[in-house]
Design a protein around this ligand. Structure first.
Ligand SMILES: Cc1ncc(C[n+]2csc(CCOP(=O)(O)OP(=O)(O)O)c2C)c(N)n1
Length: 640
């Protein structure tokens, strides 16, 4: 295999040109094989095989910097930079990250994962290199989806001003995760059409030159037609107007053509955009035909691309269904997402109520402020994004939503522990960031039914509400979670509910014992209910009665209600899938201390970045696995 002989970009440069198609084929096969097993960003990586070959053959990484935006498309780059041997460990616990990571390689300049950062990063890096008299080219590789992010446009604005030799490679496959949306996307299609125009123009020119003199009036007509078409397609180039040179659009699967252009572009002065057109999912028909599903996918069967389906309901599915139901009932509900229609489950709402659905592109800040505008105009806005990406919108939530108490419901999927994607995707900051904002009510539903009730309450509350729920299957339904929502109050789940057999205790002679020796109460965020139930079952076997109080509300908590369940217990264990600092547990622990109750302990995510693994592995790493929770409970109730 050619690919196994490449340990550095220098090795790649030695591969004879005629063997490059074979190399591309080997790379595609390897990506499909590993992502089929481990899951990952298949379609995006299959689309950039030739582009990455051309970039690494022309530029001299790491003397030159290749910066991948989001960096979900960096698999080929990893293979060329000494990581092919470990490629099988992609996205696994302690394996290679699915994104660029500085700790992995000097060829990875940034720890990316969130979108639209590469132009800012590249411009900063280049400026620093110049100030430090270091030579080297800086190339930002950004997708057409990522270009819809405001940060990328802010960076272009600045780059146009600074006029440094920044090279921006625009990888245009007309797809974000789903089909790209918005005016920028339309504009790029127009530019791409100009390529078609150039080819057609040459054909027309040749045909006209062959026409006899008598047909000259036809020639004039054709000339006017050409001019009109050119005006339509090329009159304004957004990039050149911002002060960039523009080259393209190029065929992103033609290595030779790209190499030639990159060689020329290296010599240019000032910033340049090289527009490259690629096909998402190239070379694997299930991904070519359905690039949105294969954007980020779990393990699948290579023969037909089918994904195994489990017989469980996820929080996302539950949200998706409830939104349709609420949308039917209330025509004032509008739904907004930032390029995550499929991931958040809003795609079905979009199909059912297209007039009330808005995909704003990768623009979380705008999504929130747009929602506040809708709310000001009499709508109830539901914004669905991932917890990690709402970090972008903290100011918009404070300034544009909470200050005016607008009825905006923020639904944060992937809150808490997020498997496989690592540090950049954990949903661990939302409680600390958002729960302290005045006028914000925050809820953490624990089951599918609970999510539905919380969402219904939220859209009817006329308040600014945040709902957070994890990427996981919902715990199987428990009756207490069907109870009516009472503001500030959590859901008490007695051990009889989730461990009916275990809740009865017999002594050695077979007599039913009335009481266990000790009693503990777990107070948890909804996303941790599954692990807490398992921990409670372990304790029941060990003669400790364990009940649960699930925090439906993370703000404005009715402390008297909680206290009524805490009284008479030998210990309280708070369990939270957010960072400990500024979390809800810290606050409640303080409140219980004020009531002279101090047999408490907090098990929350540590305040450091958490890398990839399965949910169970991350729980083990952070002490949130059922066994560790049970051990902590024993320590507290036995005062060890
Ligand atoms: C701030 C932010 N919001 C959302 C996402 C989720 N996301 C990851 S990749 C992607 C689409 C990127 O599209 P594009 O840049 O065109 O790359 P492609 O995968 O099409 O090559 C999105 C929305 C993200 N990574 N960061």
């Amino acid at each position: 295999m050619l690919i196994s002989r490449i340990n550095s970009p220098e090795d790649l440069k030695k591969i004879p040109r005629k063997q490059l198609p074979q190399l591309a084929e080997e790379i595609r096969r390897k990506i499909i094989e590993v992502v089929g097993k481990n899951g990952g960003h298949l379609a995006s990586n299959l689309g950039v095989v030739e582009l990455t070959i051309a970039l690494h053959r022309v530029f001299n990484s790491p003397e030159d910097a290749l910066i991948f935006d989001v960096s979900h498309q960096c698999y080929v780059h990893k293979m060329f930079t000494g990581r092919f041997n470990r490629f099988e460990t992609l996205r696994k616990h302690e394996g290679l990250s699915g994104f660029t990571r500085r700790t992995e390689s000097p060829h990875d300049f940034f720890d990316n994962g969130h979108s639209s950062t590469s132009i800012s990063q590249g411009l900063g890096l280049l400026t620093a290199w110049e100030l430090n008299h270091k030579d080297g080219k800086v190339v930002a590789v950004i997708g057409d989806g990522a270009l819809t992010g405001g940060l990328a446009l802010e960076a272009m604005n600045h780059a146009g001003q600074l006029q440094k030799n920044l090279i921006v490679v625009l990888n245009d496959n007309q797809m974000s995760i789903s089909e790209n949306t918005g005016a920028v996307s339309k504009y790029l299609s127009k530019l791409t059409m100009s390529h078609w125009y150039q080819s057609v123009r040459h054909l027309i020119d040749r045909t006209v030159s062959l026409l006899p003199n008598s047909s000259r009036h036809l020639g004039k007509f054709i000339y006017r037609f050409k001019r009109a078409m050119k005006g339509l397609l090329l009159s304004n180039n957004f990039f050149t107007d911002l002060g960039f040179e523009y080259v393209g659009p190029l065929d992103g699967h033609n290595i030779r053509e790209m190499e030639k252009v990159f060689e020329d572009v290296k010599k240019l002065k000032g910033p340049v955009v090289v527009h490259v057109v690629t096909k998402k999912g190239k070379g694997y028909s299930p991904a070519e035909n359905d690039p949105a599903t294969f954007h980020g996918i779990g393990p699948f069967l290579i023969s037909d691309g089918k994904v195994e389906h489990f017989d469980t309901t996820s929080f996302t599915e539950s949200f998706s269904r409830k939104m349709i139901e609420l949308g039917e009932k209330n025509p004032k509900i509008a739904a907004i997402t930032a390029a995550m229609a499929k991931g958040t489950g809003l795609d079905s709402f979009a199909r059912r109520f297209p007039d009330r659905f808005f995909d704003v592109g990768i623009a979380e800040e705008h999504a929130v402020t747009f929602a506040s505008g809708l709310a000001a105009g009499g709508m109830v806005s539901v914004v669905a994004v991932y917890s990690t990406f709402i970090q972008r919108s903290v100011d918009q939530i404070i300034h544009d939503v909470a200050l005016s108490s607008f009825p905006v419901v923020l639904c944060l999927d992937r809150a808490g522990i997020v498997p496989s994607d690592g540090e950049t995707h954990q949903g661990m900051f939302d409680i600390s960031l958002l729960s302290h904002i005045p006028n914000i009510t925050m809820l953490s539903p624990a089951t599918a039914c609970d999510l539905g009730l919380c969402l219904e309450w939220a859209v009817n509350s006329n308040k600014s509400v945040v709902l957070r729920y994890p990427k996981s299957a919902c715990p199987t339904e428990l009756k207490p979670f069907e109870s009516k929502i009472e503001e500030g109050r959590g859901v008490f789940v007695s051990c009889e509910e989730f461990a009916p057999g275990l809740s009865l205790k017999f002594d050695n002679s077979g007599e039913l014992k009335k009481k266990r020796s000790k009693k503990v109460l777990f107070v948890c965020t909804g996303g941790m209910l599954s692990e807490v139930i398992q921990a409670a079952r372990i304790l029941m076997i060990e003669d400790i009665q364990a009940d649960i109080y699930s925090l439906r509300f993370l703000t404005g908590i009715d402390i008297d209600h909680l206290w009524s369940y805490v009284q008479g217990t030998d210990g309280v264990i708070f369990v939270e899938d957010g960072i400990i600092s500024g979390g809800v547990s810290e606050n409640l622990q303080k409140k219980l201390r004020e009531l002279n109750y101090d047999r408490t302990s907090i098990k929350a995510l540590p305040t450091h970045f958490i890398s990839q693994g399965s949910r169970a592995e991350i729980c083990m790493d952070t002490g949130l696995d059922p066994r560790s929770l049970a051990e902590e409970a024993v320590r507290v109730v036995l005062k060890k």
